[in-house]
Design a protein around this ligand. Structure first.
Ligand code: SAM
Ligand code: SF4
Length: 335
């Protein structure tokens, strides 16, 4: 092991989120436009390069890897990569290997993911209504995702549902979603919609359902107790006393928890973003490809990038306009 990665604000970087593809089999309205243009395949890190990149981060103190995208499970051969990461779990250098998925391919991959050492999976799901699901994802089908969740639970994977809070879309399903997660023993986290990427004609401010409002609605039916649990990200948790459920809130807009941020994000082309909400990044693909047998230049570039990690993001809807917007899509940086 080398010296740990510490940024200028004394935050230890122990969590890497990796987007393994920008492609997806859905076209969620808040994430992509319907006719998205994807990157040429040659731009992407190969599976071997992803292995080398992630292994270097693990060597430098990263203990948690979250694989995301785009839809990570549509990347061809992706299980080879998961299987390769198992060795870091076995040595104990990596404490957790997880993924965020839309669930469409989970039925096929659940057992293999468990065998590779994955124990927890985040599944994104915004509605339990089949027609609304088809509308919001444009290309997705709810029954396929439910089958994926069934298979994942059967394989022994713990599921957390991530729901983007969307005004006028799933406000009426707040309690249905909470009760459904309770009935299936799944955690649930709500996410505020963020101003990422060009999504065509969709209206960001119109979509924005403040989680402080959502929380107040929840408190009409349940007793909420704040939990001290912190994961180094923007999520905060409450317990619903009546059911014992844990509910998370990811509120990058109404609150800003950047002071304890422990994470950085690697795109599928090898760019390292030190903050989801800022444009600064470091190209790690060049030092990786230019030095096939020597990791030192890559390590130096990673340290250099971490030394530039900003204090926080600038997303702001408070002036009734979308400020702090970043141009790249969530599917590129990895949500
Ligand atoms: N395709 C996978 C999925 O949907 O879970 C992984 C990638 S997706 C970009 C990761 C998460 O980002 C999903 O939970 C999705 O709902 C969320 N997301 C996408 N665009 C967003 C936006 N503009 N604001 C907030 N969350 C967003
Ligand atoms: Fe695909 Fe996930 Fe974006 Fe939906 S949120 S379009 S599933 S990458």
């Amino acid at each position: 092991m080398t010296a740990p990665l510490i940024d200028p604000f004394q935050r230890a970087i122990s969590y890497l989120r990796v987007s393994v593809t920008d492609r997806c089999d859905f076209r969620c309205v808040y994430c992509m436009s319907e006719n998205m243009t994807f990157l040429p395949k040659k731009e992407l890190l190969t599976l071997e390069e992803l292995d080398r990149m992630c292994s270097t981060f693990v060597h430098m103190g990263v203990e948690k890897l979250r694989i995301t995208g785009g839809e990570p499970l549509v990347r061809k051969g992706i299980m080879t990569f998961f299987d390769a990461m198992t060795r870091h779990l076995e040595t104990g250098d990596l404490k957790e290997l997880t993924l965020t998925t839309n669930g469409s391919q989970l039925e096929r991959f659940a057992d293999d993911l468990y065998a590779a050492g994955v124990r927890r999976v985040n599944v994104s799901l915004d509605t339990l209504d089949e027609q609304k699901f088809a509308d919001i994802t444009r290309w997705g089908r709810l029954p396929q995702v439910i089958k994926g969740i069934d298979a994942a639970q059967k394989a022994g994977l713990r599921i957390k549902i991530n729901t983007v809070a969307l005004k006028g879309f799933n406000e009426d399903e707040l309690f249905t979603l909470v009760e459904w997660c309770k009935s299936r023993d799944m955690d649930l986290t709500f996410i505020e919609v963020m101003p990422m990427g060009d999504i065509g004609n969709e209206d960001r401010l119109g979509q924005y359902w403040k989680l402080s409002d959502l929380r107040a609605q929840l408190a009409e039916n349940y007793t909420l107790t704040d939990l001290p649990e912190r994961t180094g990200g923007p999520a905060r948790y409450v317990r619903l006393e009546e059911t014992g459920q844990k509910i998370g809130f990811i509120t990058p807009l109404t609150h800003n928890f950047c002071e304890s941020c422990n994470r950085v994000r690697l795109t599928c082309t090898g760019e390292l973003y030190m903050c989801l909400g800022q444009e600064d990044m470091a190209d790690l693909r060049a030092p990786l490809r230019n030095n096939p047998a020597n990791d030192a230049p890559l390590e130096a570039e990673i340290r250099n990038a971490i030394s530039r990690k900003p204090k926080g993001h600038d997303f702001d809807y408070s002036r009734q306009s979308v400020d702090g917007r970043v141009s790249r899509h969530m599917s590129h940086t990895g949500g």
